[in-house]
Design a binder for this molecule. Structure first.
Ligand code: SAH
Length: 506
């Protein structure tokens, strides 16, 4: 059903007075609500309607008539096409307010928390000092443009069409040289790119990860096959790159005028085999072509080794602040037992271990747990143990005192130690992916009844849903703080602390 007055392709004038979940502007034309892509709150725009529903419609900016005071000149000329930066045309200060409001709204509407309570426990969002070139990881799809030219770049919003661009303003400037070297190698050696619809061709993605502290860069080429032709030539190209303006040693890396770090260098080159027809980028198998199989980074004085398959926060500068808050919210004095669920390579676990009596980490990816154990060893941290498996399976297994068969790498011998301390920790930290925690995991957390629960979340909607469950289980919201990890995108990281209050609700 369309609208009685408007139809597709109509041009209307709209004043934007709100921001939607995907960063779009929201305004009314004659009482008809329109979601206007690329409009900034405060703008008056001429918009073209792209889709009409009975009570609301979608539109796109044709012309800005009166720009909002929050409108800024975007740094990237491709930001409107790209799916990555939805709100680059909005001032950074206004972006932060948008994110803070988004968290508040989710806690209010999905979590059911009263506004006064949220406002009483919320601390101001932690913004970035430098909201450009902050990402340490880039995943570039490789393919062809309309004329059949080999390109790499990014997916246009909501599609899998690749727009050529090797110079993303969020990633490190060195990515450009690396991507161009990979394309050169492909052209010179007649290496094909993957064609998603047919499932043919070889190179699918290039993953680049940079250790901001160490300067080490890992390049991983994801291929639809076992092997790249003339692998040695790719290695030659990448190791021959002069990424830094001058060679420096690791500790005196300085920024040059164009944003390059003087000590950055390719430290490892690998391929990942992914022959499945899937949206999942990485294959399960990684083979090193040259150099190291993982890169290093340092956070809060702890050094971490990171393999290509392991999750690692994309914004190391903000991550340090985030983990500092997690430690603060955990309220450790040295006597506590802590579970760190969804622990990845053990980043939060090792932060906590310095101040806790004992930490237990749980993570589903075996390679990440290998990294975590190595990281603990390398840093001489002994009061931490890691388990491979799903949080919703490992935690109940410990709580119930029985270990289900089939939980990989689970040390049954440890069960005699599954004593009161493990079953009743003082603090549980969770940091799940966007979909949030499994119900079984939440139930077990409630049954274990820790004094405090620290929840780190990259999706405030699922966070609010899970907090409602914890609240019904006897916990109250004690602290809320957003940390901007993803400037210019609509995503926001939040950390909260819940305290046991004994007021269970049925
Ligand atoms: N705390 C870590 C990782 C957070 S990302 C850090 O800050 O670096 C979320 C992690 O949860 C990923 O490493 C992912 O592999 C893991 N994960 C996803 N589902 C899981 C599950 N059901 N049980 C345990 N870990 C899971």
């Amino acid at each position: 059903m369309g609208h009685e007055k408007y139809q597709k392709n109509d041009i209307v004038t709209v004043t934007i007075d709100d921001i939607g979940n995907d960063g779009e502007g929201i305004g009314k034309a004659d009482g008809y609500t329109l979601f206007v892509k690329d409009a900034v709150i405060g703008d008056t725009v001429e918009a073209r309607i792209t889709k009409c529903k009975k009570n609301y419609g979608y539109a796109r900016v044709e012309k800005v008539i009166t720009p909002s005071s929050f409108r800024v000149e975007p740094k990237c000329r491709l930001h409107r096409q790209c799916g990555g930066c939805q709100i680059q045309a909005m001032s950074y200060e206004r972006q932060l307010k948008y994110k803070q409001d988004k968290v508040r709204n989710h806690l209010l509407r999905i979590g059911g928390f009263p506004a006064e309570m949220i406002d009483a426990v919320t601390e101001p969002i932690v913004g970035m000092e430098e909201p450009w070139h902050y990402r340490n990881k880039a995943q570039y799809p490789v393919g062809y443009d309309k004329n059949g030219n080999l390109i790499t770049g990014f997916y246009a919003g909501r599609t899998h069409d690749i727009i050529a661009n090797t110079d993303c303003a969020l990633g490190v400037p060195e990515n450009k040289d690396i991507l161009e070297a990979v394309l050169d190698y492909m052209k010179e050696n007649n290496v094909t790119a993957y064609r998603e619809t047919e499932g043919t061709g070889l190179v699918r993605h290039v993953l680049i990860r940079t250790g901001f502290q160490s300067g080490e860069i890992m390049v991983c080429v994801v291929i639809n096959g076992k092997k790249l032709p003339e692998e040695g030539r790719l290695v030659e190209k990448l190791t021959g790159l002069r990424l830094s303006k001058k060679d420096g040693n690791v500790s005196d890396g300085k920024e040059t005028a164009d944003g390059r770090m003087t000590h950055r260098r390719v430290a490892g080159i690998s391929v990942s085999v992914n022959t499945e027809k899937t949206n999942v980028i990485m294959g399960k198998e990684i083979r090193v072509l040259w150099g190291q199989d993982r890169i290093h980074d340092t956070l809060g004085g702890i050094s971490f080794a990171i393999s290509p398959l392991s999750f690692y926060q994309v914004n190391p500068v903000q991550t340090e602040k985030l983990y500092g808050l997690a430690l603060d919210y955990a309220g450790l004095t040295g006597k506590e037992t802590v579970w760190d669920l969804y622990c990845g390579i053990g980043t939060i676990s090792l932060f906590m271990a310095k101040k806790a009596k004992q930490v237990y980490g749980v993570e589903v990816i075996p390679e990440a747990i290998e990294d975590a154990r190595e990281n603990a060893r390398d840093n001489g941290i002994e009061n931490v143990e890691f388990y491979v498996g799903k949080a919703e399976e490992i935690l109940p297994a410990f709580y119930g005192g029985t270990v289900a068969d089939g939980i990989s790498a689970f040390d049954k011998g440890k069960m005699s130690l599954a004593d009161e301390q493990m079953r009743h920790p003082d603090v549980i930290v969770v940091d799940p992916p966007r979909k949030g925690c499994d119900e079984k995991c939440l139930e077990t957390m409630i049954a274990m009844r820790p004094e405090r629960i620290v929840y780190v979340s990259c999706d405030s909607a699922t966070l609010a849903r899970d907090l409602k469950v914890l609240c019904a289980g006897g916990y109250e919201l004690a602290k809320v703080r957003a940390v901007d990890q993803f400037g210019h995108s609509v995503h926001v990281e939040v950390i909260i602390m819940m305290q046991y209050c004994g007021k269970e609700k049925n």
